[in-house]
Write a protein that binds this ligand. Structure first.
Ligand code: NAD
Ligand code: MG
Length: 407
């Protein structure tokens, strides 16, 4: 996306000193980290709207603390609980998909897009169309609709700022006044909980083992994605769209300590990196305060302690998602959507105990193989939704044909 290549330019629209923030996915891992930061500086920030998926009690408690103009719960069945909990507070609330869309379309200075998965796409687009700055955690939306979202953002004069720690790191060190001086982007990858296990050792891992990330505390879906390295594969696509850089110039480097969050190498041999503790509040703070910075309360990285920073080439035979994503980006068109949608269904099935861990990779690979050369390039948003639906159905059917696991 060309506008992000101008890293040190002013915001597309003036950013006021006091900012109204909407948090989509407020009850999740990124959402609660965002609210934690916002609670520390009520002078600079107030809340426009909060949305949650199914946890009405937590969303109501957040609303009571932050007094937003509107709160929306995606699960329509939770409406009575939410309404009762907010009775007498004067805070307006709604439930169901339309209520989430209503919250997303409200004018705010910054919208934090922290819904997990493809479900976050329409709300993120509503925020873009409103012209709100989009602080994007929801990488799946950009993976599935990258070209569409970046064009919509340009039209609306909306900045998309990456919250994902790797992309946020790159955003901080990318001198984009001279894009031709960038040799490559280097995304670092922790390798997740199974980095040092062989493929034979991971066939029987349980959902609880897969979500136990060594460095980061995150939602279940992204934790499984980190264990398969699908997360890093999705992040290669995310970087391609965010920074408008071809995939050949986006490398992945294993870095088990998660201290160097990513790097940019320039043609003169300089490598610029962003370092910090494994704390999502740092990249979230950068996106909330951009182009300024704000104070965070987390522990800072103590460089006087031995850090033993390791960097290793990724083993693509061990993590096939890293090889598959190259084919997906080379094919372009609908393939990033295919890749993501199959993964979402497979991860949900794994978390439900319906399939084994390595079946996630085989299901994604089967969907990509089946779709290659067959599904035409989407021309509009409806086409993207149709691809998503088709791939979900295809993957569910494949799962139904699989022998039941003993999980
Ligand atoms: P999470 O599962 O903890 O939270 C997801 C949020 O979305 C919750 O509020 C949930 O209720 C809501 N939600 C889920 N389904 C919904 C639906 N259908 N409609 C509306 N709301 C729905 O996930 P997370 O770890 O916070 O991740 C959120 C996004 O940020 C993901 O796209 C993830 O890849 C990305 N991300 C997360 C981290 C992290 O540290 N957790 C880091 C980088 C990027
Ligand atoms: Mg990341």
């Amino acid at each position: 996306m060309p506008q992000l290549q101008q890293n040190r330019r002013p915001a597309a629209q003036p950013v006021p000193a006091h900012r109204k923030i909407t948090v989509l996915g407020a009850t999740g891992s990124v959402g609660t980290n965002t609210l934690d930061l916002l609670a520390s500086d009520k002078e600079s920030f107030s809340i426009c709207a909060l949305t949650g998926g199914g946890n009405a009690a937590l969303l109501a408690a957040q609303a009571q603390q932050f007094r937003p103009d509107f709160v929306a719960l995606a699960d329509a069945d939770g409406y009575e609980t939410l309404k009762d909990a907010l009775a007498g507070t004067g805070i307006a609330c709604g439930a169901g998909e339309n209520a989430v869309m209503e919250a997303a379309a409200m004018a705010a200075d910054v919208t934090v897009a922290a819904i997990s998965g493809f479900a976050g796409l329409k709300p993120a687009l509503a925020a873009i169309e409103q012209g709100n700055i989009l602080a994007l955690a929801n990488k799946e939306s950009l993976v599935c609709a990258g070209a569409y979202m970046t064009v919509a953002a340009q039209k609306a004069g909306c900045d998309i700022l990456p919250v994902d720690s790797e992309h946020n790191a790159i955003f901080q060190v990318l001198d984009s006044k001279t894009p031709e001086s960038v040799k490559r982007l280097i995304l670092t990858a922790s390798g997740g909980p199974f980095l040092r296990k062989s493929r034979a050792e991971i066939t029987d891992v349980t959902p609880a083992e897969a979500v136990a990330h060594p460095n980061w505390s995150m939602g279940a879906k992204i934790s499984v994605d980190s264990a398969t390295m699908m997360n890093k594969a999705l992040e290669v696509i995310e970087a391609h769209y965010l920074f408008n850089v071809p995939q050949e110039k986006i490398d992945v480097l294993m870095h088990p300590q998660s201290i160097v969050h990513s790097m940019v190498e320039y043609i003169d041999g300089s490598i610029l990196a962003q370092l910090g503790a494994s704390d999502m509040r740092t990249p979230i703070a950068y996106a909330l305060a951009w182009p300024e910075r704000m104070t965070t309360t987390g522990e800072s990285l103590d460089l006087t302690k031995p850090q033993n920073l390791e960097f290793l080439p990724p083993d693509v035979a061990r993590f096939p998602a890293l090889a598959l994503v190259r084919e997906v980006l080379q094919a372009g068109g609908a393939m990033p959507t295919v890749f993501n949608s199959a993964n979402e269904v497979a991860v949900a099935a794994f978390l439900d105990g319906a399939i084994g861990f390595t079946a996630i990779e085989s299901l994604v690979s089967a969907a990509v193989e089946n779709a290659a050369g067959r599904i035409p390039s989407p021309e509009n948003l409806d086409d993207i939704f149709a691809v998503d639906q088709e791939i979900r159905a295809f993957t569910r059917e494949r799962i139904a044909q699989m022998p039941k696991t003993r999980l």
